[in-house]
Design a protein around this ligand. Structure first.
Ligand SMILES: C[S@@+](CC[C@H](N)C(=O)[O-])C[C@H]1O[C@@H](n2cnc3c(N)ncnc32)[C@H](O)[C@@H]1O
Length: 176
């Protein structure tokens, strides 16, 4: 796969009504700090801003990160042009609402659920099978008993451009 191809970036942009529904499900409140991992063109970021959140929009693709900066200038959005795997998470309580690349599911969860994380809760768009496995069997950190995992809304393949080859669902993570 060519390194610059959309597939290599895990690019599956969420259509606006589904991004709106995802953010509504997350019940984001004004003033909350919310991290959007793999913010892309800002499909989710936009609704987080509308909900009054302060947003950290993490995006590794340089052109997309630059476009995000321009789009959300003055909107309470901090664009972090970084690989999410290298991210230093906020120290103050934060939430995550995101549609990260499927290939980074484990890395995202390792990051967010690491000991000392100030994560309060997350709504993550994941491959259905991966999300099911997490809910049924947990992830390593679940042994600590600190997190609850549930399946949220199912997203149809037509919710994305390009359409993914797998089914997707929202994984809801809550601190116990
Ligand atoms: C599935 S798309 C989601 C885009 C947008 N959030 C949406 O829902 O329409 C994943 C995004 O993650 C970005 N990405 C890929 N690898 C990344 C990485 N290692 N760190 C941060 N962002 C990454 C891609 O450039 C792409 O914009």
């Amino acid at each position: 796969m060519p390194a610059g191809s959309r597939r290599s970036w895990g690019w599956h942009a969420l259509a606006d009504p589904f991004a709106a529904a995802l953010v509504a499900d997350a019940d984001v409140r004004p003033g909350q700090l919310v991290v959007d991992l793999g913010a892309g063109d800002g499909a989710i970021t936009r609704h987080l801003v509308d909900a009054g959140a302060r947003v950290l929009a993490v995006e590794k693709h340089p052109r997309r990160a630059a476009a995000l900066r321009e789009r959300f200038d003055g909107s309470g959005v901090t664009v972090v042009p970084a690989d999410l795997r290298d991210l230093r998470l906020p120290r103050r309580p934060f939430r995550v609402v995101a549609n990260p690349p499927f290939s980074l599911t484990s890395a995202s969860l390792r990051l967010l659920l690491a000991p000392g994380s100030a994560l309060v809760g997350a709504h993550l768009v994941l491959q259905r099978q991966a999300a099911r496995t997490i809910v049924e069997r947990g992830v390593a950190v679940r042994r600590a008993g600190r997190w609850r995992f549930e399946l949220g809304r199912t997203l149809p393949r037509r919710a994305f451009t390009p359409r993914p080859r797998v089914d997707t669902v929202v994984l809801v993570v809550r601190r116990r």
